[in-house]
Every structure is written in C-alpha cells, then in structure tokens.
Design a protein around this ligand. Structure first.
Ligand code: COA
Length: 182
C-alpha cells in the first residue's frame, strides 16, 4: 500500500498508469530534460516507470506523482530512491524532483520535497538523505539549499553510468535526519 502525502497545496500519490501520457509530455520537453539523461530511446520511458514501481515493491518507499488538487492531475514526480549506482557516498537514499514546466516557479517542488523528507526521516527513520545534480542545474540546487541541504565540493563526483560530457560531473548535497542523535 503506497502512502498518500498531503501538503497545503499538493497531493503526493501512487503512480497510476494513466499518468503515462503526462509523464511522456514532460519527458519530451527540452527544458525539463536539459540536465537529465534522455528518455528518447525506445522503451526508456516504460523502463523508467517500471523502476519507479518496482522500487516501491522492493523497498516500501519511492517516488510519488504530484497533483494539484482541483487544478492538475499530474504536475510531476517527486520522491525518494536508493541511489542506483556505486559512488563514494553510496549506499544512500536520494531525493529527486521533476515538474512539468507550467508548474515551475511556484514553490511546488520544494513543498513536495519537504513532505518527502519528513516521510524519509520521520516515517522511515533514515539517517541521511542526499540529492545530486549537475553543477549547472541552478534551479535544482536552489531547492537543495532551500531544504537546508549542504554541499561540500570535496563530495563532487563523476556519475559512473553517464558518458563523458556535460552530464558527467555531479554535485552532492546532504541532509542529516534532524531527529538523529548527533
Ligand atoms: C528543478 C525544478 C523542480 C525546480 O522547479 P522550481 O519551480 O524552480 O522549484 P520550486 O517548486 O521549489 O519553486 C521555487 C521557485 O518558486 C518561487 N515561488 C513562487 N511562489 C512561491 C510560493 N508560494 N512558495 C514558494 N516559492 C514560490 C520561488 O521564489 C522560487 O523561485 P526562484 O528559485 O527563482 O527564487 C524544475 O526546474 C524541474 O522540474 N526541472 C527539470 C527536472 C530537473 O532538472 N530535476 C532535477 C534533477 S536533479
């Protein structure tokens, strides 16, 4: 059973198969995909969704569809996942966000992320949650900073599954569970 989270303006709910068309439209927007690996290869979208669903089944947490009740049935995807590759900071749970462009600039991603962080820290008792992106993704980095995550340049790394190029280098932000003993 996938939990539903509510915030003042949002509903975070389980993926439904009728989200696919809106997800596909979001993945076709070059602005959304500027700093993300392409999902244009045949089968890539379906594989992404399949990983989202299997993560919930295997780990009991994952990424939610973000809804604006009464306004939009699909605004994007926000949530938690085990980092799916080995790096100097793994194993680690990451928080990630991607919203369709009409919903940028309203604070929705930060609002959804706060609910997901609470779920990770209070509900799952995670000791730490990380976030990663390419250095140039300033919108995403602003969310990390707004959430109180911290960045140490010594943690920066090359993504092991991405080819050399503008998406290879990544910055890492960390947030400790505020309830954890120091
Ligand atoms: C990254 C992404 C989610 C950021 O979206 P965003 O709308 O900038 O982030 P938020 O939802 O937190 O909104 C914050 C902005 O809304 C503004 N805002 C407007 N009304 C607001 C309100 N009521 N409450 C809070 N913020 C509000 C803030 O001032 C802020 O703008 P600023 O950063 O220019 O100062 C979005 O650009 C995206 O989906 N990008 C593509 C996918 C991607 O790169 N994901 C990250 C991969 S690591």
């Amino acid at each position: 059973m996938i939990p539903t989270l509510t915030t003042p303006r949002l509903l975070l709910r389980a993926w439904r198969d009728d989200d696919l068309a809106a997800f596909e439209a979001m993945a076709a927007d070059p602005a959304v995909m500027e700093f993300l690996p392409s999902l244009r290869e045949p089968g890539a979208l379906e594989a992404w969704v399949s990983r989202l669903k299997s993560h919930w089944r295997e780990h009991g947490f994952g990424r939610w569809t973000v809804e604006l009740p009464g306004k939009a049935g699909f605004a994007g995807i926000v949530g938690l996942a085990w980092v799916p590759y080995e790096a100097h900071f793994t194993p680690a749970v990451e928080i990630a966000w991607r919203l369709a462009r009409p919903y940028w600039g309203c604070g929705y991603a930060s609002e959804a992320a706060r609910a997901a962080l609470d779920y990770g820290f209070l509900g799952l008792g995670l000791a730490e949650i990380v976030a990663v992106t390419v250095p140039a993704n300033s919108r995403s980095r602003r969310i990390m900073q707004r959430l109180g995550m911290t960045h140490d340049p010594a943690d920066d790394y090359d993504h092991p599954n991405l080819p050399d190029g503008p998406l290879k280098r990544h910055v890492l932000y960390r947030l400790r569970n505020p309830m954890a003993a120091t």
